[in-house]
Design a protein around this ligand. Structure first.
Ligand SMILES: [Zn+2]
Length: 425
């Protein structure tokens, strides 16, 4: 009797404890989110390649027909839009290259990753917002990771070394496993993970090349690997995965196919009238005329080539959201698909390019999402990538910063359920 009485008490306490402590996390596990970018993965790259893992992900989750990147459709500006939900004129990372119009200095993409003031200019990425609200955030190779923001950095951050080989599949797997261990062993809530392909291959061989199709197969294997790794780490019921990209890719046409745009050959135009220029960088360019020379430069270029668009900064079409920022130079140029903007003579050797008008279908990235927050086997219409940020904040249960996106544009991707904050989605 004595023996049974002693056992009876803890048993009932045990039941009480179990119903309070265990029931909550089981019915509403803390949602985690992994944002993945495959640089330059155009919306329709899965249409001429077998992609069993991407297809499975669409079945298990949500696929958008395509998404619309911001203008200017290049890597750093478009990735910072993913991280902030702001258009490029509002987040201020207006180019892959840092530049100084006084000294004439420019820094290429990789070096610019380490120019803190280029990134930290008023808008904070989601890592910082999440951490300020008590969550843990990390990032692997995502553009913007190397910088601090108002003195803060993502608590786990990895920046690729110079001359990094973005195509090494073993490294892709190692990075994927590392991120999963951050989620499982260090309880991170949000991680952004970047892969430099299929952009590199798309540039080098063109978007219609067999090399690009092979690289898409590699991306597809990686997607399968990532989802399997999540499973191995016991994360399937808590981890949401969004896979998208910064921009698409379009075939460059060459002399003989098209009349190339070469600024120095345009009558009435002279580089001597400029104090700074940023050209020979795909289909876009920016010019700073010397004092008093703006009208002369503008009038010489406007209408000079049927496939060259020339705007005074303040006359840029509103839909491009590429005007209201001090860093944007007084004259903005962009070319139609197939064309590049060359300075003195054609020096660009890429067979594929991006940076075009974001209305062009070739510039649209893909979008897939899977996890407990998302509907299953749902294909949705297109939306702008500024709307991914409020979606991510909603899933994580954090208050977003001021941004240009709307949850209403992506809410239909989500299942109706209790979020962490207890509100109904
Ligand atoms: Zn890119």
């Amino acid at each position: 009797l004595h023996h049974n009485a002693v056992l009876a008490m803890p048993w009932s306490l045990c039941l009480l404890w179990a119903s309070c402590v265990l029931a909550v996390p089981l019915s509403n596990p803390k949602p985690k989110l992994l944002l993945i970018s495959f640089d330059g993965f155009r919306w329709n790259y899965d249409q001429d390649v077998d992609t069993p893992n991407l297809d499975q992900m669409a079945q298990d989750g949500v696929k958008a027909q395509y998404v619309t990147p911001p203008y200017i459709s290049i890597t750093s500006p478009a990735h910072f839009t993913l991280l902030t939900g702001r258009y490029v004129e509002n987040h201020g990372v207006i180019h892959n290259m840092w530049f100084n119009t006084t000294s004439g200095m420019k820094k290429p993409y990789y070096q610019t990753q380490h120019v803190n003031e280029w990134w930290d200019n008023g808008t904070v990425p989601i890592w910082i917002t999440a951490q300020r609200q008590g969550l843990k955030a990390g990032s692997v190779h995502f553009p913007g990771t190397a910088s601090s923001y108002q003195g803060e950095v993502a608590m786990k951050q990895e920046v690729e070394p110079p001359h990094y080989n973005y195509k090494n599949e073993t490294a892709w797997q190692e990075n994927s496993d590392k991120v999963m261990s951050w989620f499982r062993d260090e309880d991170l809530d949000f991680v952004s993970l970047y892969f430099g392909e299929p952009d590199v291959t798309g540039h080098k061989y063109g978007p219609d090349s067999p090399q690009r199709r092979e690289t898409v197969k590699q991306v597809d294997r990686a997607v399968g690997y990532i989802r399997h790794s999540a499973e191995r780490h016991g994360l399937t019921d808590r981890l949401n995965i969004i896979i998208t990209a910064d921009h698409g890719m379009s075939t460059v046409l060459r002399k003989g196919q098209v009349e190339e745009i070469i600024l120095s050959k345009i009558p009435g135009f002279s580089f001597k009238d400029l104090s700074f220029h940023l050209v020979d960088y795909g289909p876009s360019g920016m010019l700073l005329p010397k004092p008093g020379k703006l009208e002369k430069v503008y009038n010489a270029l406007k209408g000079a080539h049927p496939h060259l668009h020339v705007y005074k900064k303040e006359e840029m079409p509103e839909r491009l959201h590429f005007s209201k920022n001090d860093r944007i130079l007084p004259i903005v140029l962009f070319a139609d698909l197939g064309y590049l903007i060359n300075g003195y003579f054609p020096v660009q050797i890429n067979k594929g390019e991006h940076g075009f008008d974001n209305q062009e279908m070739d510039m649209k990235p893909f979008f897939r999402a899977v996890g407990p927050a998302f509907q299953k086997n749902l294909e949705v219409g297109p939306f702008e990538t500024v709307n991914i940020y409020p979606l991510m904040c909603h899933i994580l249960g954090i208050q977003p910063e001021v941004n240009d996106g709307h949850l209403n544009a992506t809410r239909h991707l989500l299942v109706t359920s209790q979020t962490r904050s207890g509100e109904l989605t």
